[in-house]
Design a binder for this molecule. Structure first.
Ligand code: TRP
Length: 456
């Protein structure tokens, strides 16, 4: 039996087509859509950001998802193994180290925000989140996030939940949960959307989000939109490669990539349509940054009948959506420790959680007692967020697209994308063209532009 046959036999696979979509969408949809997207769009001028975002999602994001998918399914390996099998003599696998570093940095600050979700879930259930004014919601969040022990405790509780699901293995935990969860979250967001559209600030909110002011498109907006596109699609560090290694041979990769990107974008847009009308109605500043959503959402729930019920339900679902995302990012380093370093799954999971816990505590404290500790003018939390999303993920994406576009055997790419020629894929040429030229060049230009070497 060849190695690849052997690894096929021993690796689990997702049971159904729905399982594939649900798990990749489960990875993609999370705090990135509901917390990060609105705050990034808000700080980067709304419409201008949206325009760049859509461009990056479909012109760079979709081809790079295809590339990650085909590397994973074709080799049935984690990101390291995939680079090694496809280029045994190359040094490409070093990119895998970057992926592992970035995945742990992201897991750390992500767990802090997921911890905020836990706190707000508990406050909703206990009824203590029902406040009277926007100022009070602002003060409430400020008081909570700058405190030293509660945010830390919630970060650690969240990481423990993540740990418990991970040690149970891939298919059971993740697949079952995402299948039920994602559609419910979608419906709830739709309901909130309808509510937000009836608010007095709806017109202003929608104009902010959908009316691009071209003069606002600068290097920061472009870099922010590119980072957000990678972050939201879980791209650039081998997450989709790791997941695709569990796909069955008949999964249609390009179609799954388009579905994943479209659903992910739909959820982000819904979140934007929920948040921005409320921002303008209640008098928040759209550019408030990472805390925006945690102040605006409770104000929305407050204005709804049965507000506490909606609020509890929403924060619970957001928590689960965060878990399906953190599971996917943890899986990158766990698969690496297990398959490359021959650790047991349990030790690998302990190591992953331990590292994220140490960094996560630093991130949580950076809103409180470590607030004045800054590197390059950023707190630990903001630094981790900025470096991983805006730098490491796009670099990872660039390496992936160059690798698959130029160095992987053309036949391998074609076979993976067309199920060994079992159907015609009209997009094939476009995907390969984007991987070879469009994605690497665009990413490079955005980088050069943001460090001031060129002016776009
Ligand atoms: N995409 C997820 C979100 O939007 C976060 C995420 C999960 C992620 N896995 C990732 C981001 C891998 C970057 C890389 O919430």
């Amino acid at each position: 039996m060849s190695t690849s046959e052997k690894s096929k036999k021993t690796r689990v696979q997702f049971a159904t087509r729905l399982g594939v979509i649900a798990t990749t969408v489960g990875s993609a949809v999370g705090l990135g859509n509901i917390w990060r997207f609105p705050y990034e769009a808000g700080t980067h001028g709304g419409g201008a950001f949206m325009l760049c975002y859509i461009f990056f999602i479909f012109i760079i994001g979709v081809p790079v998802i295809c590339a990650e998918f085909l590397m994973g399914r074709g080799t049935r390996s984690n990101i390291f193994g995939a680079y090694r099998k496809l280029a045994p003599k190359g040094k490409w696998f070093y990119a895998g180290y970057m992926g592992i570093l970035a995945s742990i940095l992201i897991l750390s600050f992500y767990s802090v925000v997921a911890g905020w979700t836990l706190e707000y879930f508990v406050q909703s259930v206990s009824g203590s989140l029902d406040l009277a004014s926007m100022e009070e919601y602002h003060a409430r969040f400020d008081e909570f996030s700058t405190g030293n022990w509660r945010p830390v405790l919630w970060t650690l509780i969240f990481l423990t939940l993540n740990f418990l699901i991970l040690v149970r293995g891939v298919t059971k935990g993740i697949e079952r949960m995402s299948n039920i969860l994602m559609p419910v979250l979608f419906v709830i967001l739709l309901i909130f959307c309808i509510n937000s559209l009836t608010l007095p600030g709806a017109g202003e909110g929608l104009r902010f989000l959908f009316h691009p002011d071209f003069s606002k498109i600068d290097s920061g907006v472009m870099l922010g939109a590119m980072g957000q596109a990678f972050f939201s699609l879980s791209l650039g560090l081998g997450c989709m490669t790791t997941y695709a290694s569990y796909f069955s041979d008949s999964t249609r990769l390009a179609k799954s990539a388009v579905i994943t990107a479209s659903l992910d974008t739909a959820v982000a847009f819904l979140a934007g349509i929920v948040i921005f009308p409320a921002v303008f109605t209640f008098g928040f500043s759209p550019a408030a940054g990472p805390t925006l959503v945690f102040e605006v959402l409770p104000s929305i729930f407050h204005s709804l009948p049965l507000g506490a019920v909606w609020s509890s339900l929403f924060f619970f679902l957001l928590l689960l959506a965060s878990l399906t995302s953190t599971i996917s990012m943890s899986e990158i380093s766990i698969a690496f420790f297990v398959e490359e370093k021959k650790m047991s799954r349990r030790s690998a999971t302990v190591l992953n959680t331990g590292l994220a816990a140490v960094f996560g505590v630093l991130c949580a404290l950076s809103f409180g007692c470590l607030g004045d500790f800054k590197l390059f003018g950023l707190t630990v939390f903001n630094l981790f967020d900025y470096v991983s999303s805006n730098i490491l993920l796009p670099i990872g994406g660039m390496i992936t697209s160059i690798f698959v576009g130029w160095f992987v055997d053309r036949r391998f790419v074609r076979d993976q994308l067309t199920d060994f020629g079992s159907f015609r894929l009209k997009m094939l040429g476009v995907i390969v063209f984007c991987l070879r030229y469009v994605a690497p060049v665009c990413i490079l230009l955005v980088f050069l532009n943001s460090i001031g070497l060129i002016q776009l």
